[in-house]
Design a protein around this ligand. Structure first.
Ligand code: E4P
Length: 221
């Protein structure tokens, strides 16, 4: 499973990229607005920091506007993937941009039927939002299971399932068990995946025993 980070904060992205764990980045208009920087600069910096796909979202809502913005965003760097909303015009823009060889992430997906339409429109990625479904007392992960099954039923559909709106480690674990292709994870949740209290406790005990022994590491003064 690929790991993307869901942020437009370049410091976080550079820090996480240094681990070698990052396969890509997703942004959205809210995240870019939070960065307080010009959109093109943000996209350019992220694309230079991470060689994998970097999703940059259009803000137009009509087909012609989305295609125009999508082409401008795609020209910023070869690893830009244009993000369009799952609306009728968004599906048409997806088809037009894909026909032009541009990667497309269809976002704001909340049903399996929407995911089926996006795949038929040739989306590179579909982004189902699990956390926002959980927020309204629906089962976000069941949507991922349903999309996985539908896409597996029709192997000619090549769209990757990119689990979005992830809120906690269990969303990541369940995505991996279901066989999602990608998770896009907020930086704090990504860092928490490495943590376990028994790891900290075990390390403290090893170091205490080592200090008490008076032994030295080879090469230590
Ligand atoms: C994905 O591409 C979206 O940017 C993101 O996952 C939305 O998450 P949220 O529901 O936490 O805002």
């Amino acid at each position: 499973m690929k790991f993307f980070v869901d942020t437009a904060n370049i410091d976080d992205i550079r820090d996480l990229a240094a681990t070698g764990l990052l396969d890509g980045v997703t942004t959205n208009p809210s995240l870019v607005a939070k960065s307080g920087r010009p959109f093109a600069d943000v996209v350019r910096d992220i694309c230079a920091a991470v060689p994998g796909p970097v999703s940059a979202e259009v803000t137009a809502t009509d087909h012609a506007g989305m295609v125009k913005e999508g082409r401008i965003l795609a020209a910023i760097a070869p690893n830009v993937v244009v993000k369009v909303p799952l609306t009728w015009d968004g599906l048409k823009a997806c088809k037009t941009l894909r026909d032009g060889g541009i990667g497309v992430n269809v976002t704001l997906c909340f049903s399996a039927n929407q995911a089926l339409l996006a795949a038929k429109a040739g989306a590179s990625f579909i982004s189902p939002f699990v956390g926002r479904l959980d927020d309204i007392s629906q089962d976000g992960m069941q949507l991922i299971r349903d999309i996985r099954q539908i896409y597996d039923n029709y192997p000619h559909l090549k769209t990757e399932i990119l689990v979005a709106s992830i809120r906690h480690a269990t969303h990541v674990l369940e995505s991996a068990l279901i066989g999602a292709d990608v998770v896009t994870v907020p930086p704090d949740v990504l860092r928490k995946l490495a943590q376990h209290p028994l790891t900290d406790k075990g390390l403290d005990a090893f170091l205490a025993d080592w200090r008490k022994s008076g032994l030295k590491m080879p090469g230590a003064a």
